[in-house]
Design a protein around this ligand. Structure first.
Ligand code: B12
Ligand code: SF4
Length: 441
């Protein structure tokens, strides 16, 4: 085993998106982990593939390994990056890097299928779920030259034996988290759009644990994972949120804010309290995501008074029955139309997110989604071709019904441009239908 026995120089390299994303944001999960590592005086560098051409990634990674010579590689992994990460580790660690670093992988993909991820020979540790508590303990153990037993949410290898510790623990009080550390990210992550001169956007999480359970989303997996915890949805206090934004504003002077919470409005009382402080102390335009159910005169007037620019709202499918039964989203089309009217009344822009190519979805149903978007009159429409995410109910439905048309169900297209399941509507037609959405604008 090479864990716990090496003389660690304690240099975790945090490896970001392994796909080139022209318009990407600071990864708030990694920023939180950087803060933890740095507080322990651990020297960190980021290998960030956001602005690297796909064919250059391996070469640049090799250069980074030589230049930084890390003892630990800490990797974040979403499902579409899994195969790329495996290839990178296999090609570059085995042949070009003789140091045998400790490889730790966390994020949504290992959280969904830890068994598969830890079984990959070059991976030593998998962190399931929220990473702060586990990562901090792992680093302490490394520094003390101890092994990783009894760290909740951590699976690790001793020789080839896999040790599975107890389920992960949630950070119950989010105010105890360190302020995210943005220093290792290129400043271009703050720039909105593809032009270097675009407005600067600061990204923040104010809560964790979406209270809903859509069948295609990883939230239901997370909820099951944390069944033993008393509270799943947690919120930072308004004071902490404002302080965090102010601290970052002093350093980075962004002109807009994007709140990354899955559902920004859960607790109206909290929104009121945030609203007051936000207006007085921050007063920057912002965007947020929320569930349509949460939109009322009261919540919308609060958001407007805070200076909201745009709300992003999931529609997903225009067929009411499919949306309710298959996606577990129970709002009616008529209510959606009313909600969007109400948003317009408050002069707030909207963006809808939609999926097409869902299991058993017919062409008529896709046309219903287009029709509904037409009625909602959003300012921006995002449409993704559905791909099942591991650990979700929809993934199980695809397995049960033998819908996968690929050998590897984790080989997802990063941009959700193609389907990997048997769809009622042929792929070419799906792409044509997709462009019909954009013609609505
Ligand atoms: C906002 C958001 C985005 C934003 C911003 C992401 C960002 N900059 O952080 C944008 C729009 C850019 C985005 C893009 C994508 N997203 Co997104 N996103 C989200 C959302 C709603 C919140 C993310 C967030 O802020 N979380 C809070 C932070 C603090 O948590 P975190 O990043 O997960 O990190 C924690 C843990 O995962 C863990 N961890 C993560 N990495 C590591 C690494 C190590 C070593 C350790 C120890 C721990 C660890 O510790 C962190 C701290 O607790 C989530 C839903 C969710 N519930 O998470 C989906 C979610 C993460 N996204 C998802 C997807 C699929 C994507 C895209 C692939 C889609 C696309 N092609 O556009 C890309 C991938 C981008 C990338 N490389 O990460 C899926 C991932 C599912 C999966 N199985 O992979 C999720 C879960 C939503 C879903 N559909 O279920 N996303
Ligand atoms: S509301 Fe959004 S984040 Fe919450 S379960 Fe549904 S899709 Fe996931």
């Amino acid at each position: 085993m090479h864990t716990g026995s090496l003389p660690y120089k304690a240099n975790p390299t945090l490896l970001d998106n392994l796909t080139r994303l022209r318009v990407s944001q600071i990864h708030t999960g990694l920023a939180s982990l950087f803060a933890i590592a740095k507080a322990m005086q651990i020297e960190c560098e980021l290998f960030d593939t956001s602005y690297i051409e796909a064919e250059e990634i391996h070469k640049k990674f090799r250069e980074k390994l030589i230049q930084f010579s890390p003892d630990i590689l800490a990797i974040t992994c979403v499902t579409p990056n899994w195969n790329k990460i495996k290839k990178l580790l296999k090609d570059e660690l085995k042949d070009y890097y003789d140091k045998n670093p400790l490889v730790i992988v966390g994020g949504p993909h290992p959280t969904a299928i830890p068994e598969t991820v830890i079984s990959f020979p070059l991976i030593d540790i998998v962190v399931i779920g929220e990473g702060e508590l586990a990562f901090s303990k792992i680093l302490k153990r490394i520094l003390a030259n101890e092994d990783f037993d009894n760290i909740p949410g951590v699976w690790y290898k001793v020789k080839s034996q896999i040790i599975k510790n107890s389920p992960p623990q949630l950070v119950t009080n989010l105010d105890t988290l360190p302020y995210p550390d943005w220093d290792l990210f290129a400043q271009s992550h703050l720039i909105k759009g593809t032009l270097d001169s675009g407005p600067k956007v600061g990204v923040f999480n104010t809560s964790r644990g979406c209270p809903y359970s859509c069948t295609y989303c990883s939230t239901s997996l997370y909820r099951t994972l944390y069944e033993h915890e008393k509270v799943f949805h947690r919120e930072k206090t308004p004071e902490r949120i404002i302080d965090e934004i102010e601290e970052k504003y002093r350093r980075f002077q962004f002109s807009e804010i994007a709140f990354l919470d899955e559902t920004f409005i859960v607790n109206l009382d909290r929104l009121k309290r945030i609203g007051k402080l936000y207006k007085r102390k921050i007063n920057l335009p912002f965007i947020a995501m929320t569930r349509p159910e949460t939109l009322t005169h009261e919540s919308l007037s609060l958001l407007r008074d805070m200076g909201i620019k745009k709300l992003s709202i999931g529609i997903e499918c225009g067929n009411e029955e499919y949306r309710k039964k298959m996606l577990n989203r129970k709002i009616s089309n008529q209510d959606l139309i009313e909600k969007f009217k109400l948003i317009r009344y408050y002069n707030i822009k909207t963006q809808t997110t939609n999926m097409i190519g869902l299991p058993f979805e017919t062409k008529d149903m896709v046309l219903e989604t287009i029709e509904l978007n037409k009625k909602l009159e959003p300012n921006r429409i995002d449409v993704y071709i559905f791909q099942p995410l591991p650990g979700t109910k929809m993934f199980d439905i695809c397995v049960e019904n033998n819908l996968f048309v690929v050998d590897d169900p984790y080989d997802l297209d990063f941009y959700f441009n193609k389907s990997i399941i048997k769809t009622e509507v042929p792929q070419d037609e799906l792409r044509k239908l997709r462009s019909m959405f954009l013609n609505l604008l």
